[in-house]
Design a protein around this ligand. Structure first.
Ligand code: PXL
Length: 276
């Protein structure tokens, strides 16, 4: 597919292999122009480091978008990840309205929670604001915890198909148009991705690596968006992203010093080959 100009809006965690430091290299590897709007600059991510610094860029975001308007800059697609505040979600909705070409795909990763809990920076007001972004999106990429917060369905460690269907129905009722739900495993050894689109549900099951890793949601979302922009179907993009993310976790898991993210860079060649 053609070269596309994507805008991704999320934070820069200087160290920690998540958000923009993951999205930029992966989307560039997918061969797509990757423009960024940083929502904040943190010294590290917030999951496991303590005493991190955070420069909130909320006040800069409208000025950046206004400059783009003056320069007539429009984007072919947008992908949002970790955002800093409810106010930023309002700014992002405005950018959706004003800075996208007609037909541009809006992909929202409601990055705010994992393992049954919200990330430290977020509260229920943020969850409410995220629901408004979910309604605007063409596609959302929640994990099970995020789907639970969006829908009010209690989080469960073990899931069955009826529970997953209830999560999909409730997100659809919320206004989600297409859903890529990650971390769905029906047996202890497996996990996978449910793709719900146009009334059709597909499931890709793959091996589950016991050791949880930070930043894998961002690796997954970036690899998925890159594949989608390269013209893959939603399901094929979900499979390519899952295979890549699992390989990155396997490549990292034996290194105890690398607890804060995954070593995704040495495997970018495999990802590029999967796109061909
Ligand atoms: O999407 C993960 C992420 C991104 N950015 C920051 C985070 C996290 C997860 O904790 O803290 C700042």
């Amino acid at each position: 597919m053609s070269y596309q100009k994507l805008l991704t809006i999320q934070d820069i965690s200087c160290v920690g292999q998540c958000s923009l430091t993951v999205a930029l290299p992966i989307l560039s590897a997918a061969g797509q122009e990757t423009c960024i709007l940083p929502s904040a600059v943190l010294s590290t991510h917030t999951a496991g480091f303590s005493g991190f610094t955070c420069r909130d860029l909320t006040a800069d975001m409208p000025a950046i978008a206004a400059h783009w308007a003056k320069e007539n800059i429009l984007f072919d697609a947008v992908y949002t990840g970790y955002l800093g505040s409810t106010e930023q979600i309002d700014i992002v909705r405005d950018i959706f309205k004003t800075r996208l070409r007609p037909g541009a795909k809006k992909i929202v990763d409601p990055a705010m929670a994992d393992g049954g809990k919200l990330y430290p920076a977020f509260d229920l007001a943020y969850v409410e604001a995220m629901k408004t972004l979910v309604r605007e999106a063409d596609m959302i990429l929640p994990n099970i915890t995020e789907a639970c917060f969006l829908t009010g369905i209690p989080y469960r460690e073990t899931v069955d198909e009826a529970y997953i269907d209830a999560l999909l129905d409730a997100q659809t009722a919320l206004g989600a148009k297409a859903i890529v739900l990650t971390g769905v495993g029906y047996t202890p050894e497996t996990t996978g991705v449910v793709v719900w689109e146009n009334g059709k549900k597909q499931y890709y099951c793959h091996r589950r690596i016991a050791k949880g890793c930070h930043g894998t949601g961002d690796v997954y979302a970036s690899a998925f968006v890159g594949a989608l922009l390269c013209g893959k179907s939603t399901y094929d993009a979900a499979v390519i992203a899952a295979d890549y993310t699992v390989a990155c976790i396997e490549f990292t898991q034996d290194d105890p010093t690398h607890w804060y993210g995954v070593k995704f860079e040495p495997l970018l060649g495999d990802y590029i080959r999967a796109l061909q």
